[in-house]
Design a binder for this molecule. Sequence first.
Ligand SMILES: [Zn+2]
Length: 121
Amino acid sequence: MPEALPPCPECDARYTYELGVLLVCAMCGHEWSADQEAGESQSAAGEPVIVDAVGNPLADGDTVTVVKSVRVAGGGGGTIKIGTKVRGIRLLERPVDGHDIDARVPGFGPMKLKSSVVKKA
Ligand SMILES: [Zn+2]
């Protein structure tokens, strides 16, 4: 075991081991991060959180319902009606023109949507 690992801040035992980004005390089970970057990587540097119209976080594969009618510019045109159910959405890491969801809309086919016009079903 490397000498560099610090003793447990809880019980002062030196039976510390590494578990990913965390340090774990073998004596009391206390877990902590060796530096303060662990928490940061989960929120700021981690995956961007995309939320729906009412603030629910969305995830890949979610089923959502359209809450605002969406005019479709390309293809045959038309309007996606409120209440349309869209299954298996995919979140875009880099939003395209404000659209951060990739989805297959029944009757319209694959297209990009804004998370602000959908609600998690
Ligand atoms: Zn401990």
